[in-house]
Design a protein around this ligand. Structure first.
Ligand SMILES: [Zn+2]
Length: 150
């Protein structure tokens, strides 16, 4: 069975070499849905009995490791020297430097790699992260699953 949990956050970025307007500094309200699969927990009397994973446990993992890391920050490619120089001189501004162009595809893959080891199979139910859906706009969606991780 698959259970999902959704979060949203606000973040700035730019796609440095983009041929059009995405090279400008701008932001999005990102929406992410995390899909976790597993058998139902059958440990009698456990708080999670009958669940794949407690929704609160998914929420805690993705809020702490995605939302709180990115929200109201600016994601910067480490090779974007103009912005890296700017942010290094402005320590009051929240930025997240990453080794990739911050496209929705790369952000989804980065999130998958970050979250995957945090979903631990405590009950032998084959619990695992299987998919991340990331909306950059209400009409633009990227789907990342295990086969997309090198
Ligand atoms: Zn954008």
């Amino acid at each position: 069975m698959i259970v999902t949990r959704q979060i949203e956050w606000d973040m700035g970025h730019r796609v440095t070499n983009h041929r059009s307007k995405c090279r400008n500094l701008h932001g999005h309200r990102y929406k992410m849905i995390v899909h976790v699969s597993g058998k139902l927990i059958d440990k009698s009397g456990d708080s999670s009995e009958g669940m794949v994973i407690d929704f609160q446990d998914i929420k805690k993992i993705i809020v702490e490791n995605i939302h709180d890391v990115l929200d109201h920050g600016f994601m910067v490619w480490q090779k974007d020297h103009i912005l890296m120089d700017f942010f290094k001189k402005q320590p009051d501004f929240k930025y997240i430097s990453v080794p990739f162009v911050p496209t929705a595809e790369n952000i989804a893959r980065w999130s998958f790699e970050r979250l995957k080891p945090l979903f631990i199979d405590k009950f032998g139910t084959n619990l695992k992260l299987v998919e991340i859906q990331l909306w950059e706009t209400p009409n633009s969606l990227v789907i990342c699953c295990k086969k997309d991780i090198v």
